[in-house]
Design a protein around this ligand. Sequence first.
Ligand code: WTA
Length: 638
Amino acid sequence: MKSFPYQISNLEEYHQAYQKSIKQPAQFWEEIAQNFIWKKKWDSVSEWNFKDPKIEWFKGAQLNITENCLDRHLNKFGDQAAIIWEPNNPNEQNRVLTYNDLYKQVCQFSHVLKNNGVKKGDTVCIYMGMIPELAIAVLSCARIGAIHSVVFGGFSAQSISDRLHDAKSEFVITCDGAFRGQKNIPLKSVIDEALISCPFVKRVIVYSRTQIPLNMIEGRDTWWEEEIKKIETKNCNIFEAEVMEAEDPLFILYTSGSTGKPKGVVHSTAGYMIYTNYTFINTFQYQTNDIFFCTADIGWITGHSYLLYGPLSAGATTVLFEGIPTWPNASRLWDIIDKFKINTLYTAPTAIRSLMSYGLEPLKGKDLSSLKVLGTVGEPINEEAWHWYNTNIGKNKCPIVDTWWQTETGGILISNLAGITPAIPSFATLPMPGIVPCLIDENGKEIEENNVSGNLCIKQAWPSIIRTTFGDHERCRKTYFSTYENKYYTGDGAFRDANGNYRITGRVDDVLNVSGHRIGTAEIENAINQHKGVIESAVVGYPHDIKGQGIYAYIIYNKNIDDVIALNNNITQTVSNIIGPFAKLDKIQFVNGLPKTRSGKIMRRILRKIAENDLNNLGDTTTLLDPNVVNEIKNGRI
Ligand code: WTA
């Protein structure tokens, strides 16, 4: 029997579902939506145009996503683990939160938020490590109708301050610190620094995880545990979920683009819930009682959709791991899989490549026989890594799903379905039901044939598509809906084979994908340029064995350089201070000039070729203002 009536269980059903989703989208999604808990049903399934853009799904409906992720499971799965938390240090006790536990703790913390003045529609910034309280904070925001804006723990004070200003957040939830591998990251002190420029922040709730000494500011800062104690004495273990409209924003998540500062991608409630649930169940072929392990941080979209909302809305057990795959050693993930008998592992190609570099020794004595399905996300997977994953982790018996999607898409758009539709190494393969991809050529025309490459666009709205960029709808229109008329523009290039399978080839804009993390070249250049003495810089990506892409910076510096290593370190530190420690410059080359066109535009194509060491294919350099700089840069290549 099917665990879910809308679970696709063979190839023919996939084709049927796909055809129906395109020909009768309203009927298709309505049938799926019937399986959820609504406070009021919808008046219309979808209304959208890509011109404004204006996109609405399940308009008129009312719901609360946490009733679908928690309340509705209590009868059947109340005692089943909702979250298994594995701490950074393998010697520390893990924690298991059943659905009953999670429900109670979310209700309690919802009271805490309310007591601290958080109201429906407020934006709440969450800056925490990977602990169950992060999940509780996120779900509690959703329960009271506040919009969560989770900021990854690797971002700097400056980045947090920018996001607090942009989202106008008056509330922050954080920890004293976070453990990650060998590091003890002082989150609260980063928040303190960020808040110097954010006097509008009224309340900071601090969970104590690392017990490092802190400076608590009276009237502004309060301890999570003390707030919970107040609730417990009143025995407030139930919190009536706020009534939300289908299109009320659920969260903001900042992501990098090719220009300017990161933008706040806004997702709304009903469509996001339906689509993440549908894609979770179908892509991974989730079966009741399966244990699902997504290694992504909740600070990124993958953590939002496939560590929290997708699995919890399906009543699954989701594993939340505080640490990193290589600490205390490169067996860490395999030990976790054996410890909890995990059935599905969903991780990034960069993690696979990094673990591959340790050889097979860390796999000795590891069983891994509980695994049924493997997945990858975040960047193209090279064939070598795919085969290593398949042979050594999946033992040739676990289908690998290569899931392509973006922060803006909310959920998986192109992927094989585990064991149902064929996998092809390095191909994301076929679109999910409801998704109509197309390829556009350099003249802006759609390419109808197969065996072609082009810019990847999507022609129809799906339930979890981006609704707006917070506070700046025009930016959303310009970035995603104005490049090609009536199409959502992804910024990715793709190849389509003779059978309609898609292979994602990478970004075609100035966005880098470093270890599966998106960073805009403009963002890095702005940071470098703030370093004293830097006149100008240009940043490009180059192939990196483990990270997928590395960051190569060309910098014009106005003084004599006495100590190159010290200057490299200082500039790297500046970038780390402005963006965050994860934005690390891999190579820095000091140059006297940059290749520019007569109109002053930097020819990045040339810089990219030099960084890739493809020196004989620089293309036409005659249009450059000063063609000589190219030779100088070539000769000084790092
Ligand atoms: C890239 C992550 C190839 C792509 C979910 C996209 C991929 C960007 C894949 C979005 C994949 C993601 N194969 N490339 N399976 N998945 N990408 O917003 O360039 O952090 O545009 O969302 O990652 O990154 P984001």
